[in-house]
Design a protein. Structure first.
Length: 266
């Protein structure tokens, strides 16, 4: 539809790194507005103010380290009245630093939601971790405790329950209670010693995931579950070595070189 008389010209897309600024208006009540291409999914637009200008900080990206489709919409509209009340400066940080903060905050919400669903559906679930490498959104590690032979197999139920609880999850790893799910090295140890690829990989084909993951087809992709737990009947065979606990008398410790030489017979 062509622009009518007095209608602002449709602007071209501008780089996301460009932060436009506006001088204060000398006319009371005049509105400062700006139109640009921004992500329709951005949850927040940050505003800041100094003594000379009002700034529009680039909106938050969707949190997958990739650009969303551009959609033309109003990015900010600030009135003189709002300006005089001095807008609260939320943040004016580099985009990637701001994105990391958003990702970390999301972690605890999603973990709590996931754990609530899993513990209600699968009684052997103890804990869950949304991993940093998966942007605290796409990968999860679930910890379980199998107490009886009849609970064998429930760890795989937990995999499918997790995919049902959080649509964006693409990878779920299930481990035993002796694995620290917040230690990536310990989780990898479970994969290296307790997972057999020919029987412990569970694939859910053509499932709905996040639309911004490029490897998928408009959000449709296969999801992978990994059962890195020990079969209940073989727990003793897979027992991890532990150091013997010892007690140390603090009075036997010394930083005095002469005391050390005497005790070592030097």
């Amino acid at each position: 539809m062509p622009n009518g008389p007095g209608t602002p010209k449709r602007p071209e897309a501008v780089p996301h790194s460009r932060i436009p600024s506006f001088p204060h208006s000398s006319t009371h009540g005049t509105r400062h507005s700006m139109r640009r291409r921004v992500h329709a999914s951005h949850p927040l637009i940050l505003l800041g103010e100094d003594e000379r200008r009002i700034r529009c900080v680039v909106p938050l990206p969707p949190g997958v380290d990739a650009h969303a489709p551009d959609v033309l919409q109003h990015a900010v509209r600030v009135s003189r009245e709002a300006d005089r009340r001095r807008l609260v400066v939320v943040a004016e940080l580099h985009r990637r630093l701001l994105d990391r903060e958003t990702v970390v905050l999301r972690k605890y919400v999603l973990e709590a939601s996931l754990l609530k669903v899993l513990q209600a559906a699968v009684p052997i679930v103890i804990d869950a971790e949304m991993t940093a490498g998966g942007l605290h959104r796409f990968h999860a590690v679930v910890q379980v405790r199998k107490a009886t032979p009849q609970q064998e197999g429930l760890q795989r139920n937990a995999i499918f329950a997790a995919f049902g609880a959080l649509k964006d999850l693409d990878l779920v790893i299930v481990v035993d209670e002796d694995i620290d799910i917040r230690d990536p090295h310990d989780v990898e140890y479970a994969l290296a010693t307790r997972m057999e690829a020919s029987r412990d990989l569970v694939v859910m084909p053509a499932a709905r995931g996040h639309e911004y993951i490029r490897v998928g087809q408009n959000g449709i992709r296969a999801k992978l579950g990994i059962d890195a737990t020990i079969p209940f009947t073989e727990k003793s065979r897979f027992a991890r070595c532990e150091f013997e606990k010892v007690s140390v008398d603090p009075n036997m410790l010394s930083a005095d070189p002469q005391v050390i030489r005497t005790r070592l017979g030097l």
